[in-house]
Write a protein that binds this ligand. Structure first.
Ligand code: ATP
Length: 290
């Protein structure tokens, strides 16, 4: 599959499915009974349906959560605001250390790895698109895009930057501009371009299209799908957008810190219905192993 904005070029930079393979089977990444306890830092919060609170209104614990990111699949994680989606993404990506449980990436339990090893994994094998972009305002667009590679000591490649920019429909001329001067939507595209030029195995995206217009949203989803065809092993998309979730192969519905439903591909309307009906229920739908 080729994207309108240079999907084929994006694929050139991505690893094949078994290049430096951490595992040859279907499970790229697996979280087993993973929990995270925010209670130490939890403050009193307003009680909202589907959000995670104990009786005092503080944020108690997320999980236990079991998730498998399967090879060749895009997984969408949906659910009401505050139910724990971003936390789960951070646990799977080794950004947060679980209070309990294991996160297996190939033969490594990254939950037990020291911070520096997890940081290296995040720079080399994982790519990220965050809600708040995680760009450095004082650096140029090009410097931001090659930042993970620079941190790894890899040589910068201007051609790859140009291709990545074209992938996200940003003009080459923007390369030398400071990121802080760009609009929110443009910054989001830079964050996507940065994820696209990494030789990553797994893409973690938190609201990857939140600030994009519908056409840019579709282009971004095309680019992610092209990257999957090119060998990106798995993608996890956290989203509120039923349209985005409808492009996933698997949909996980989360509520009150737990995965309450696992579905194969669903239409946008069905996802909207699930989000609406789920948020009206007082209890989690059901506990299941994914
Ligand atoms: N640093 C923190 N300290 C204490 N509680 C936190 C912290 N970060 C998040 N929380 C709480 O943990 C719960 C889960 O947050 P999280 O951001 O994972 O939810 P989410 O489903 O991604 O929400 P949204 O869709 O609104 O982004 C929320 O109740 C939130 O208030």
């Amino acid at each position: 599959m080729e994207t309108r904005h240079g999907g084929r070029d994006a694929r050139i930079r991505l690893k094949t499915a078994h290049d430096g393979d951490p595992d040859a089977n279907d499970k790229v990444l697996q979280a087993e009974s993973v929990c995270y306890d925010y209670s130490d830092g939890g403050r009193r919060r307003r009680r909202l349906p589907g959000r995670l609170h104990d009786r005092n209104g503080s944020a108690p614990q997320i999980g236990p959560v079991d998730i498998v990111l399967q090879s060749g699949r895009i997984t969408a994680l949906i659910g009401p605001s505050g139910c724990g989606k971003s936390t789960v993404l951070k646990l799977l990506a080794g950004i947060l250390t679980p209070s309990r449980g294991e996160v297996w990436y190939g033969h490594r339990n990254i939950a037990q790895q020291p911070g520096f090893r997890r940081a290296r994994l995040r720079r080399t094998e994982f790519a990220f698109i965050f809600q708040d972009y995680m760009l450095v305002d004082s650096l140029t667009v090009a410097e931001n895009i090659i930042l993970p590679q620079s941190l790894n000591g890899s040589a910068a490649d201007n051609h790859a930057v140009s291709r990545a920019l074209s992938c996200v429909d940003l003009p080459i001329g923007v390369m030398g501009r400071k990121v802080g001067e760009l609009s929110g939507g443009q910054q989001q595209r830079v964050a996507i371009a940065r994820a696209m030029i990494m030789d990553a195995h797994v893409l973690f995206a938190d609201e990857p299209t939140g600030n994009l217009d519908p056409r840019a949203r579709e282009d971004t989803l095309d680019a992610i799908q092209a990257a999957m065809s090119a060998g990106l092993k798995a993608s996890l998309l956290v989203t509120h957008d039923a349209r985005v979730a409808s492009r996933a192969d698997r949909i996980l519905y989360m509520r009150d810190g737990r995965i309450c439903g696992s579905y194969h591909h669903m239409d946008q309307e069905d996802i909207e219905r699930l989000l609406l009906s789920g948020s009206e229920q007082k209890e989690p739908l059901r506990s299941i192993q994914v």
